[in-house]
Design a protein around this ligand. Structure first.
Ligand code: SF4
Length: 441
């Protein structure tokens, strides 16, 4: 490796979508011969990929920029917070460049201006999968950008714009490369996976000599051909989601759906500017469960939204009992700079919000524990993430990385990260399972 190759430090903050942006920028940097180094001191400049989703993330991003400036001095800022350029400039006028999410060209222009690339043909040897920040055996597959919804608590559409879907052949080719490079699990992400392709009229593309629509079901059928685990995130419960059930029942798609619901009271959903027919959602959930016995459902909710009454909160708890979701994330509502919901009257007092969050999570913990008990004694296939001191940490179809539970294999010394194993579940706690290797597994 040439000593002359300029070195870049990289700080990646935010959600899986931002992670994909980071991977793209890192891949481009590598292609152009830059070295990626793990410390501020060894770097000639630092790129900070920021998040601007909630106020805590804004602060974390600003702190990261400040730290990089203090430790290194040459800082290029990109990502969601980049949309709020004035805020960054006011705090740190000395940053070299500021760009928004997915603006890889601006980042590369700023890098070129600060550090002209050194050409070294050996450094052009980038693996065809690009540079990945997730462990080698799973990868996020971003199928679209932006969002056509206008949820009142969210500023993503104003930061990332309306939905722009990637043509299905491009996504399938990327997935194919990832699987050929050793990826065992593909995590499909977007802001609204169910809406995939609507912006381009579900355009037909060719892949493996056959036509495929740019549409969620066709995408899943294509991904199912690759033989990897395929897990769907951010799926709005629209009627056409029913089309996925046969694929799940046939074991071609993981029996897992992440459906962000946010609330269950029709009035609060209306204030959130989200679809409000929650009884239809419940019916749909029940019919999915009849079609796919092992289906795992995950969702996220916001408690303490402005105007939420005690009765509306109870409605939410009643929904939780009725829906029996397996995995749930919840947040106490906090205003996001620039969101329409900030203008709503009747904010819920902080203490009450926290109290409701605690009650909500207690109900969910009971549901989760009861549902996991049913798995005891069952044989499951798991994907091993890590092995430490003879205990393997793995995940079943029910567990997305980072956000769900895990399966601990107590005699897991003989299994390797990135490999599948068959286990028998012995115990369950609130969110995780304990297992032993199945004989012959
Ligand atoms: S669906 Fe709503 S919450 Fe999600 S990105 Fe779009 S506007 Fe934001």
């Amino acid at each position: 490796m040439s000593k002359a190759a300029p070195a870049i430090g990289f700080v990646s903050l935010g959600c899986p979508k931002a992670l994909v942006d980071s991977e793209r920028i890192l891949t481009q940097l590598k292609v152009e011969g830059y070295r990626i180094v793990p410390s501020y001191q060894k770097a000639d400049a630092v790129v900070v990929n920021t998040c601007g989703f909630i106020d805590a993330a804004v602060q974390e991003s600003l702190d990261a920029i400040g730290e990089a400036l203090h430790e290194n001095g040459k800082v290029i800022v990109t990502g969601c917070l980049g949309k709020r350029e004035a805020l960054i400039r006011e705090a740190y006028p000395e940053v070299l460049s500021i760009s928004g999410p997915q603006d890889y060209a601006s980042v590369m222009r700023a890098v070129h201006a600060a550090l002209p690339p050194a050409h070294d043909p050996f450094l052009d040897l980038v693996p065809p999968t690009g540079i990945k920040l997730t462990p080698k055996h799973y990868a996020y597959l971003k199928i679209s950008e932006g969002c056509n919804h206008r949820c009142s608590f969210c500023i993503i559409p104003s930061m990332r714009g309306d939905l722009v879907s990637r043509p299905v052949d491009e996504v399938l080719r990327e997935a194919e490369k990832l699987v050929a490079g050793g990826v065992k699990e593909l995590l499909v992400i977007s802001q609204d996976t169910s809406a995939y392709g609507v912006d381009i009229g579900y355009a037909e593309c060719e892949w493996r000599g056959r036509p495929w629509r740019t549409r969620m079901t066709a995408l899943c059928e294509g991904l199912a051909e690759l033989g990897a685990w395929v897990r769907l995130h951010y799926v709005y419960p629209y009627p056409h989601v029913d089309e996925l059930m046969p694929l799940m029942a046939a074991g071609r798609l993981l029996p897992y759906l992440d459906i962000p619901l946010q609330h269950a009271s029709p009035r609060i959903l209306k204030l959130m500017k989200r679809p409000g027919r929650i009884e239809r959602t419940l019916e749909r959930i029940q019919s999915w469960r009849r079609a796919v016995l092992d289906l795992t459902l995950r969702s996220t909710f916001i408690v303490g939204f402005p105007g939420e009454t005690d009765a509306e909160f109870e409605e939410l708890l009643a929904f939780l009992h009725a829906a029996q979701l397996d995995r749930v994330g919840a947040f106490a509502y906090s205003p996001v700079g620039g969101a329409a919901a900030n203008r709503l009257p009747d904010p819920v007092p902080e203490e009450l919000k926290e109290d409701r969050l605690e009650r909500f999570m207690a109900v969910q913990a009971e549901i989760s524990a009861a549902r996991l008990q049913r798995r005891i004694g069952r044989r499951l296939q798991v994907l091993v993430d890590t092995v430490e001191a003879g205990v393997a940490i793995a995940r079943s179809s029910a567990d997305a990385p980072e956000i769900d539970g895990v399966v601990r294999i107590r005699d897991g010394g003989g299994v390797a990260p990135g490999h599948f194993a068959d286990v028998v579940i012995e115990r369950a706690d609130t969110h995780d399972l304990l297992a032993r290797l199945a004989s012959g597994g």
